[in-house]
Design a protein around this ligand. Sequence first.
Ligand code: GDP
Ligand code: MN
Length: 388
Amino acid sequence: PPAIRKISEEHDKVFVTGCLEPDTSQPRANAAFVVLARNKELDGVIQSVKSIERHFNRWYHYPYVFLNDAEFNSTFKETITNYTSAPVEFGTIDPKMWGFPDWIDPKVAKEGIAKQGDAAIMYGGMESYHAMCRFYSGFFYKHELLAKYEWYWRLEPEIKYFCDITYDPFLRMIESNKTYGFTIAVKELKETVPNIFRYASAYKRINNLTSQGLWEMFVEPQPEEPKDVPEEDAKQSLPEEILRGDPSRASIPDIDPEAMEGEKYNMCHFWSNFEIARLSWFRSKEYEDFFQMMDRSGGFWMERWGDAPIHSLAAGALLAPRDIHYFRDFGYRHTTIQHCPANAPARQMPRSPFLEVTTKDEKKRKEEDEYWDSWDPVKENGVGCRCR
Ligand code: GDP
Ligand code: MN
């Protein structure tokens, strides 16, 4: 869609186009893989570690940090350590970072979650899933095992990389001053996030943030012009009890529409099961304020807000297209959705629509442009992927 295209128009060049000899000449970045998992997911984690080792980490040896809300058992730890020669650390998550915060009434939250289960909202009835989303939204980067790192690459059980990654994405991101990288953007299930955009939008307005060009990626194009909000209303802040968190609340409160931009969420988000990002962004005051405001609404419990739309909307509010990198050269699959660079018709590697045009061949240029105009990563399902 135009929004994705817009992300990088001038700024976001493909780092490397093609499998080259792995370049390990430069020193490593201060970075680690982060894997949240349960003991019972061992097989899925092995699959993921095997894949990333084969296609990248056997040359680069980046350390792994495994996190779990319960203790990893010795089978898990010993088995995983056997699949990599890189340093591995295992950490348990403090209950303060997992589960209900003390300002929420667990009884109210549990009822809210049960209701979402009854409504057959995906993972809506699973308390642990809510806790996981909240952890990945506002806590993983505060875990003590991550304190020494500046960058992370998120890895999940049961993912697969198809193509060799023969350059260091952390170093490329540092060189080009990027903050957040993704491979897949998809649409969120509406019923999991009924009020998420009201809050994100209010955050933006309350803090007088003007879009740096990325916010538009998440806004549904409106047929009519949004009405102008008078200056006074624009400064209006949220009711105290929303910002404080109200333990007795049985649903997440509606935000005064005047605190919003009058826009609608298009449900688009970066799929966060893959992420390469700069931890200092998550640790910034701006991101923390954003998380606090989202959190205090109760939306992680009374709705089933995912960390993916949270990260994405925070990026929309705080970052610019030039801060984002689209790893279109990474072949990646998570469950049913994949991104495969070889899907580009009649070429091995898709050229970025944002690269300068390198060919003088008008017909070829036109072909490329048409391809990229019609290419929709939101719908892409990888049919005909030629990577392995
Ligand atoms: P999906 O990708 O949205 O279908 O959800 P997953 O089940 O893959 O969960 C996302 C990530 O959180 C994966 O890395 C899981 O291993 C992890 N995860 C989910 N729930 C829990 C949990 O209760 N405890 C722990 N330790 N990890 C979890
Ligand atoms: Mn998953």
